[in-house]
Design a protein around this ligand. Sequence first.
Ligand code: ZN
Length: 539
Amino acid sequence: MRIFTFDTTLRDGTQGESVSFSADDKMMIAQKLDELGIDYIEGGWPGSNPKDKEFFERAKGLGLKHAKLTAFGSTRFARRRVEEDPNVRELIAAATPAVSIFGKSWDLHTARALGIGEEENLALISETVKILKDHGREVVYDAEHFFDGYQSNPAFALRTLEAAKKAGADVLVLCDTNGGAIPARLVEVVAEVRQRFDGTLGIHTHNDSDVAVANTLAAVEQGVTHVQGCMNGYGERCGNANLVSIIANLELKLGHTTIGRENLPNLSAAARFIAELANLPMRNDQPYVGRSAFAHKGGVHVSAVLKDAATYEHVPPETVGNRQRVLLSDLSGRGNVLYKLKEHGLAGRLDDDARRNLLERIKHMEYQGYELEAAEGTFELMVREALRPGARLFDVIGYEVSTRMINASGAPVNETTATVTLKVGDGIHTATAKGCGPMNALEVCLRQCLAKLYPQIANVRLTDYKVRVLDSRKGTATKVRVLVEWSDQQKSWSTVGVSDNVIEASWIAMLDAIRLELMRLTEQDATTQRVVEDYCWGV
Ligand SMILES: [Zn+2]
């Protein structure tokens, strides 16, 4: 069945505590949602703030191909004629093809919050729906607090829906505004409403009970064909129903059509794009689209997945634009290593014994605090070392770093000097250099020592550097893990070092990066390879 998707990331989503979008962000997100095949994009509340009003003004030039831009607002205020209500006027001025308005379905709210009687509440709803219909708008009527209202006074709640329907509302949306409903109870209410009303019914849930997606799917099974939610589950308090998961479940599990199977592989990229604009980290464990959604760590899982992915994956990751990942850790089995070797095109070059040794080395390093999953470069180096035992290319005899701060003339000056001694090729090489801090000074020395024999390393540059404390209980005496990203202009890779000395951890990561680049180059470049092999094997 065709189920219509209504995205409210730009309205309800921005009510999430850490979510904020500029007008430019909102334009880009609307465009992305349109490309994804979303049916309705709720852009904001033009009557409530100037930023949303500006968005609708600019959005007139968006040229959306599929989605209907939707302005959101409330029913008219009590004691104000509908034609003169500023909120209703802004809704009309937004000039969107669809408008969503919310009205009260809970007697507690009409009596306490609005201080009006039942008849007046019904008049607010029907007059507002009618004026919007008279202006040619498609009207999505959001019955706020519907499930709480139905619990408190079912007849009252149903009459509000009736008022909206009679006035011409195109969609009646049942809202679990407080997010307190659970599926078993919610389906009874949706079934009751479905029996009484024909036409399109919608569902809008919040995740306060951690079942917003489940509630949405349960409502669809009762005949709802319009689903509201936010990308990545953003939204007020614990968030709205996650539209990403709703779409994937409706398409892949329940056989419905939402954005269409042809658009489904764009889901992961769209979710990440919006997380990027929201400046929020994408949750790794977010179902379907998170980095870990199809990541396998346990050795038993990995060996089964390598034979048949369906053994530990509920859907093929490619269907939603994600990918399978295999993690290396102390839980790894030989399958994890084999998978990684295949990824690097090195499978088949290590025999069983060598693979077993490699696995033991990985487990030992993970035990010490190494995290190889994020350091593909370190892993690749280990494999290359296993392929060419003894090919270390150079050995470190020692290094020394000193940093001092002088404040003699009132202008503090920091100075760092390093000395590195290596055994390279035919002899011992020592370099001393100043640098902007210890890493830089060591790097300059390292390059000076290696430059003659390996001039190609001039292209390798540091592009990112992260330090993580491994045991915060030890305070400043803790071990740290340093993750460094490198690039040689064509590709990038990360290496890792662990030590209770941050300089030593950084130095280990730096040596691995340079060694790896040399290993790669010496395999590609026959002349260099001869030089290196002459050295390594003493020919
Ligand atoms: Zn809401």
